[in-house]
Design a protein around this ligand. Sequence first.
Ligand code: LLP
Length: 406
Amino acid sequence: MTNIDYNALRADFDTPLYIYDFDMIKARYKAIKDQFIAHKSLICYALKANSNLSILKLLASQGAGFDCVSIGEVRRALLAGAKPYKIIFSGVGKRQSEIKQAINFGILMLNAESPAELESIEQIAKELNKIVNISIRINPNIDAKTHPYISTGLNENKFGVSIDQARIMYLNAQKSAHLNPIGVHFHIGSQLCDIKPIIEAANIVSDFTSELIAAGIEIKFFDVGGGLGVRYDNEIEPDLYEYAQGILGALKGKDLTILCELGRYIVANAGELLTSVLYEKQSQNGKRFVIVDGAMNDLIRPSLYSAHHGVSLASIQKPNENFSTTDIVGPICESGDFLAKNISLPQLQNGDLLLIKSAGAYGFSMASNYNTRPRCAQIAIEDGKVRQIGKKESFEDLIQNEKEFL
Ligand code: LLP
């Protein structure tokens, strides 16, 4: 994003402020969709990465489908204009009320993650007298070699079922008058820059799919999950062509619609968090801190996963050459409240502006009100024009569910 008057943005929307590049979001969606141009595919954007309604509307207008993990996400997608037949609903613990609503909305499919959950889906479908499309999440026991908190494809993880369990579940679903098993699904982890584990999983699940088809189960969707990594620091992003070819190769000619559940790949690098410098301070042992108005409640990734986000100067009042190493920390009462560590910055003063980069995915969507801090405003830049897509919360917003009990 170039030629942006960050001081004007602060004057209009305050800081911290999330800024999203809508042209980049469209381009990233198109880049992945184009890879499957000669094949049937549905790119289901994973709302968990960023569920801002205007981002969903933008992606729906490009033809995207949506991968949801709660009925709240399903409702967000519908509100933003998504077609029910392009919505899928995954998640390791769907409540019965959520299953019921999802069935009534007529979404494309529910993705079951355990035999007990599949029984619940069947029971509810029976009560509603409907036939429900389902897929089953297979845990292929593959090490995605990413941060342990975002690795999901090993037996020790809570997600999905083994192939042996899945086989029994598919055969039961085949016999059921209320279940229609149309998909196979896996997702082995997030922020994967090496796609070999995804392709390996695709091959395992594809072979299993052949077995299901041979047993007369009419699988139509091959859901490869999400997980494509992006560049935060020195990472090399996966090559989309190799990714798509690897998946198509794994299909070995089976005529299935490829479904991807990408979140981070589409939005991470299209978002930045603008934050104002409050103070500088030096500890007794000489350690330098730049204290800013953004904090771990706005962007928790550095605290939670030791994630790296680049930092750049958006606007400084007194340019100087006096660079030194510093941590960028927020006002929250925790030592874990930092946005960056050991980076080199010039001397700064109150009112200078910093940009925390690559914050479009798992930034605002993981924001909280910790320390009774409001969640900040969000804006979009599209075709060089700025528009607001989210308001900063007010104090009233934060207390509205409690004050009646005083
Ligand atoms: N599908 C399923 C079943 C998932 O669990 C996830 C992410 C996705 C798709 C989308 O993955 P993506 O394409 O965005 O990698 N908060 C963490 C990431 C958690 C990912 C959870 N599941 C972070 O900030 O890195």
